[in-house]
Design a protein around this ligand. Sequence first.
Ligand SMILES: *Cc1c(COP(=O)(O)O)cnc(C)c1O
Length: 386
Amino acid sequence: MFKLSKNLQSLPPYLFLEIDKAKRKARAEGRDIIDLGIGDPDQPTPGYIIDALDKAAGDPANHRYALDQGMPALRRSIQAWYKRRFDLDFDPETEILPLIGSKEGIAHFPLAFINPGDYSLVPDPCYPPYKGGTILAGGRPYLLPLLESNGFLPDFKKIPPAVLKKAKILYLNYPNNPTSATAGIEFYQQAIEFARRNKIVLVSDLAYSEMGYDGYRAPSVFEFEGAREIAIEFHSLSKTYNMTGWRIGWALGNAALVSALAEVKSNVDSGIFSAIQLAGIAALDGPDEHTQKMCRMYQGRRDALIKGLSSLGWKVSPPKATFYVWIKIPAKTDSIKFAALILEKANLVVTPGIGFGKYGEGYIRMALTVPEERVNEAVVRLKKII
Ligand SMILES: *Cc1c(COP(=O)(O)O)cnc(C)c1O
């Protein structure tokens, strides 16, 4: 009866239906499922952040519409956090914009720069909103394959000139979901040079900036020369502070890009609930021990998983960052069938790589979001069926 818009009809198909169904069925049957499928921290939000919310939620001053551009105090906390972490200065008035989680900012951003027929340059496999946001804005994603042979970095030289002419946005996400790859100085310099030469906006998604192992610290795009002219960076409190359900993040960078996003948003949403903004301030101003402890925990799980998979003869190198392990399927089958098989036979949920794009085929993603003993149990179960 209702005809969906062309843009909505153009969205990539949802490929997890079968797995979701099988997972629900397994749960309903009372089977003991180990879920390595979701990128959502299993640990609770730290107590000092919950206390800040508690206090702020009772204050009627926080019950009204919040400023679209976020509380000045939150923008100052973001500024100070960024300065401590990267030793870079940004103006909280014009270069910082709080978001209702970084996903909405990432998905709304193309509405500011894409006209019908324009391209976004989108790495594949990738976090889905890069494609979704582009298509809903009337644009077309042009896929940049992330291949193991190239360290899961895109190769800008392979993009045809006709695409470049209509390309408005380039998405980068390092440390990367789903491949857990990181990018070095040389790559960032190359990407910035490429974006400047072709007048393309560089979007850097830094959701995993604080999840690094063996001393690895992810850089910000703004550590590299020229980035301020063309880049905007998206940050999130979700993974860093176990706050996925709270919906708070921010964009930061070139003032014209930040204000364009703010203008789109002022037409579709309103400011983040003030009590959550105050809790966000408590998170950002809080002690560094939280992130150190978090990284030690994920590192222990990572080491347990890598050791276990190696004992099965699977070749997987330990990721330097993120809480994902990206694994080449050790069998001649596709990623959906392989994920279905290990759910059926081992009660293990993993994510089929193709769900992140066609170049994710041949891989599965495991998330380190269960305790170490469950990681070990997962390996024991795999051993029984392989
Ligand atoms: C989890 C994640 C985010 C963060 O999303 P929020 O909306 O802030 O919760 C952003 N980008 C990537 C690649 C992610 O995996």
